[in-house]
Design a protein around this ligand. Structure first.
Ligand code: SF4
Length: 247
């Protein structure tokens, strides 16, 4: 069993993904989703409060999901409502989320985002994002991205998981794997990758594709050393052959 070395990966990235029949790409994508659902299960849409999701996504930057979960639990235990969090001193909030790393930066981002959301409550003082639920997905994405510290991925996570909007979040794992799997051209920008994946993925599979690709990226197809020999997606992935590896 051999993991691919970083130099192999670079070589392959330089080769690029070979052009293929779009129907074949769609077929491979469906098969890929199916194989991952068999291995990892069918993820459920979380249906969480959108502000909770936003805060969790900010907390998840540069840390593991276990640390994100612990930091969020600490935060909710300490501040059952977001106004209490806004009223608390920054150092106290940072202490509550210390286990998630970058505590001072994340405290600042969370507070700034909550302040902005509150401003949009137009005098009601409420801190919620329910005003987005009937918006056009693209408009909702732009409005969320107006908030400090919210990029396209965070906006898409909140809108997909809270409101089931047809947006596909592309994080570092989804970005890397979708290129290796040949669903997105190597030279595409992140924005192009989002558009392409939203176009070719069946809408009812956005959540499944996103969540399972992240699981697979963490467990098998890491950035430095994808474990192609033991990979459940080997039959639909051109990556090992393009790098000259026999699977
Ligand atoms: S075969 Fe699997 S591990 Fe290898 S690049 Fe493809 S998806 Fe990643």
């Amino acid at each position: 069993m051999r993991r691919m070395a970083a130099t192999d990966i670079k070589k392959k990235a330089d080769l690029g993904i070979q052009a293929e029949n779009p129907a074949e790409t769609l077929e491979r994508l469906r098969r890929c989703i199916d194989l991952m659902e068999r291995a990892y299960g069918l993820p459920k849409r979380r249906g969480s409060n959108p502000v909770d999701l936003l805060v969790q996504t900010i907390l998840s930057q540069n840390t593991t999901s276990a640390n994100t979960h612990r930091a969020f639990e600490n935060l909710k235990r300490r501040y059952p409502d977001y106004q209490a969090l806004l009223d608390a001193p920054d150092e106290e909030v940072a202490r509550a989320i210390r286990c998630g790393g970058l505590a001072n930066i994340k405290t600042k981002r969370i507070k700034e985002a909550l302040e902005k959301i509150k401003e949009r409550g137009e005098g009601t003082g409420s801190i919620d994002l329910d005003f987005l639920k009937d918006a056009d997905p693209e408009v909702a994405r732009d409005r969320l991205m107006d908030l400090p510290g919210v990029g396209p991925k965070t906006a898409a996570v909140v809108l997909l998981f809270a409101f089931n909007m047809p947006l596909l979040p592309v994080d570092t794992h989804v970005n890397r794997l979708s290129r290796r799997l040949g669903f997105v051209p190597v030279e595409a920008s992140l924005e192009e990758a989002e558009r392409i994946l939203e176009m070719i993925t069946p809408r009812d599979k956005y959540c499944s594709f996103h969540v399972n690709l992240i699981r697979h990226g963490r467990a098998v197809c890491s950035a430095r050393a994808p474990f192609c020999d033991g990979c459940i997606l080997r039959e639909v992935c051109p990556y090992p052959d393009l790098a000259g590896q026999k699977g």
